[in-house]
Design a protein around this ligand. Structure first.
Ligand SMILES: NC(=O)c1ccc[n+]([C@@H]2O[C@H](COP(=O)([O-])OP(=O)(O)OC[C@H]3O[C@@H](n4cnc5c(N)ncnc54)[C@H](O)[C@@H]3O)[C@@H](O)[C@H]2O)c1
Length: 402
């Protein structure tokens, strides 16, 4: 499905300022080209304004869009023209058709990885998934049996398709790194080529290249222990699975990433503020992940024109978070104390990731993007009894401004 829409778009892109058909040549005069033939060409290829209203181009819309003209831009930024029925610009939108994403860390439909995959798919990207080997069987079986069908539905009513699921264990870079007891472990039986290097090679063989890489995985075997009681082994395991795994993914996938590509990981506020209960070196692992985001942004940006960002997400009742044990308390705390008093939806993190992955974020790299209803900005917990006498801003009932 994704491939079909992508090819339509590529046709439209190729058509810009070239001749889409013999009968409707595009006229280019003094750096200005007429958009009308492009729009009619797109329509003739099934790219309709309601369902697929975007025309990619390296052309920038001029203010005279009403007359359907576009100015040639010198900059590298891709700006997309959205034309409504009278030809006027109707807004910007995220369009990832023709892009391919690899998302590491999906094993069910509850986590951030799944939500990000859905947003990327909704924007038109092709989806490849890396699933932790011990969780692979159950994920594939559930998917085949339709257990996730309801949550596969995209905003336009179609179903998210996953082109391929790869077994992955992100704590091993190459086959040589895998200890004998893991190789022979029955949870790994039947799966092969699941080290980071092997997965990158398989993706290269199957698809050639990717444009978007998402790291949505973490593991800290001693997460329930305070840092003071964490063993060296537990601490290093947290950093290996939750931070170095990102370095390793970039190292092995960047060679198959197209220039202009985007990489995204998921972090948590415990990297920079004390969150009791998020132990076992997990806070340290997230701090490393954020620091690495900056250094990798520099290295990958300079050498390969690849962007590196991390999303600091608010609390979600994912499988991993439930395992930590106090996620419901953290969600309640967030609701009581965040600037925005509303549920935080996984889709909101997914949409932020789709934006970061898109050309609209082409100048954003090396950042920690907070998607947490604003909780990170608070200096105190306003639900504390200490503030009971203090007047807090309350939701106002207002008439919608005219
Ligand atoms: N849930 C939250 O409240 C929250 C908040 C902020 C950040 N995050 C981050 O979001 C990311 C996704 O977590 P989630 O909460 O959505 O939970 P999740 O359970 O959906 O995702 C974690 C995934 O990591 C996978 N995984 C664990 N070890 C692995 C390994 N060695 N190799 C490959 N995969 C492995 C698991 O199988 C699972 O699919 C994590 O980085 C997490 O720290 C979560």
């Amino acid at each position: 499905m994704a491939a079909a829409t992508a090819s339509g778009l590529q046709l439209a892109r190729a058509a810009l300022c070239s001749s889409p058909s013999a009968s409707a040549p595009i006229t280019v005069r003094s750096g200005v080209c007429n958009l009308a033939p492009i729009i009619s060409f797109a329509s003739s290829r099934g790219i309709h304004r309601q369902s697929s209203p975007f025309l990619h181009s390296t052309l920038q819309l001029s203010r005279t869009i009403k007359t359907e003209t576009v100015k040639l831009s010198r900059g590298p930024t891709e700006i997309r023209a959205v034309a409504n029925d009278n030809g006027a610009p109707s807004g910007l939108s995220i369009d990832l058709r023709g892009k391919r994403a690899f998302i590491a860390g999906i094993a069910d439909d509850n986590g951030y990885g799944w939500a990000i995959a859905k947003s990327l798919a909704a924007a038109g990207a092709e989806i490849l998934v890396g699933t932790w080997v011990p969780a692979l069987n159950i994920f594939e079986t559930s998917l085949k049996r339709g257990k996730f069908d309801e949550s596969r539905v995209l905003p336009n009513g179609s179903m998210m398709e996953i082109s391929k699921i790869y077994p992955l264990d992100a704590i091993y870079d190459t086959l040589e790194d895998v200890p004998e007891d893991v190789k022979t472990n029955k949870r790994y039986a039947g799966a092969s080529n699941w080290t980071v290097q092997e997965v990158a090679e398989s993706v290269k063989q199957d698809f050639g290249s990717i444009d978007i890489l998402v790291h949505s995985l973490a593991n800290g075997p001693e997460v329930g222990k305070p840092l003071l009681e964490t063993s060296r082994k537990g601490y290093l395991a947290a950093v290996s699975a939750s931070s170095y795994s990102f370095v390793s993914l970039l190292k092995h996938f960047i060679p198959i990433m197209n220039p202009g590509g985007s990489t995204i990981s998921l972090t948590y506020i415990a990297s920079e503020r004390i969150i009791p209960g998020y132990g076992g070196g997990m806070s340290s692992a997230k701090a490393a992940l954020e620091s690495d985001t900056r250094v990798l942004a520099f290295e990958a940006g300079r050498r390969y024109n690849i962007r590196v960002n991390t999303i600091s997400a608010g609390p979600l009742r994912s499988r991993a978070a439930r395992a930590i044990g106090f996620i419901d308390t953290i969600i309640e705390y967030s609701m009581a104390n965040a600037p925005l008093q509303k549920d935080l939806l996984a889709d909101e993190i997914g949409n932020a990731a789709a934006f970061l992955a898109s050309p609209l974020a082409s100048a954003i790299t090396g950042t920690v993007a907070y998607v947490d209803n604003g909780l990170h900005a608070m200096g105190v917990g306003v639900d504390s009894p200490a503030f009971s006498e203090l007047a807090m801003p309350q939701a106002e009932k207002r008439k919608t401004p005219a």
